[in-house]
Design a protein around this ligand. Structure first.
Ligand code: MG
Ligand code: MG
Length: 249
């Protein structure tokens, strides 16, 4: 079921997403070789609590941490650990969610650890551009989910990248994951129309190589099948009468 949000409900979601945005900025500032992903998790956890919000990932379906930290070939859902130490040249994806007054925010960024290859930098940049290619094409009440997915897929594939099929964006509101599913691929003219009052998380997960992914035995971590790098970029957006508002920027 799609839930349509009022302006006052979107205002709570704006606040939740600002907390997520600021947490991601804090993580970016602290990204350097030698830091453990568990330290970064602690930083994010404490910041979210300091903002009178709760980390929505903690204990979600049993997830054991407050953020997901996915390095290099890890696509999403990496579990922070004191044994996972960031190293120069890696790319690291942070996915963060917060609940404020019962409303959710959700966003993700991929960040370089020190100096990275031009190929990895391009992957990060194109993944971010995929989000904007998709979102900037939305005309409220006209654009369909298939149009949005197609815009993202078309741009990513023009670089020879793989668009992950098994994980998708989603509606968001009082729940972190609501209807509809928001794929990063699709066929123009298909799917439901994006209309006023909908709030969705758009989150391209783009692989340097194959689109195929593998699930690890920890039950969470998803890696690229060819173990080439993957990047993730996500924002929560609101579809309003004035167009699109990106709540987590
Ligand atoms: Mg997310
Ligand atoms: Mg999400």
């Amino acid at each position: 079921m799609i839930t349509i949000k009022s302006d006052s409900q979107i205002a709570y979601m704006r606040k939740a997403n600002q907390i997520v945005r600021d947490t991601l900025n804090l993580l970016r500032e602290h990204t350097k070789a030698g830091v453990s992903t568990l330290e970064l998790n602690k930083l994010a956890h404490e910041y979210i609590l300091s903002q009178k919000a709760k980390p929505s990932f903690l204990h979600y379906n049993g997830f054991p941490a407050s953020i997901c930290v996915s390095v290099d070939c890890e696509v999403v859902h990496g579990i922070p650990s004191k044994h996972k130490i960031l190293q120069e040249g890696q790319i690291v994806s942070y996915d963060c969610g917060a609940i404020y007054e019962g409303w959710h925010g959700d966003a993700a960024r991929t960040v370089a650890v020190g100096l990275i290859t031009p190929e990895c930098q391009q992957l990060i940049d194109v993944t971010e551009q995929c989000f904007f290619k998709g979102v900037e094409s939305i005309i409220p009440g006209v654009t369909r989910l298939g149009d949005l997915g197609h815009a993202i897929q078309f741009y990513a594939e023009s670089f020879g990248y793989g668009v992950v099929r098994e994980l998708v964006g989603h509606g968001i509101g009082r729940q972190m994951h609501e209807d509809p599913e928001v794929p990063n691929f699709g066929t123009q003219g298909h799917g439901m129309r994006l209309s006023e009052g909908m709030t969705i998380a758009v989150e391209p997960m783009i692989n340097m190589g194959t689109e195929r992914v593998d699930w690890m035995e920890d039950g969470w971590t998803v890696k690229t099948h060819d173990r080439k790098p993957s990047a993730h970029y996500e924002n929560t957006i609101a579809i309003t009468s004035n167009g699109i508002e990106i709540l987590s920027l």
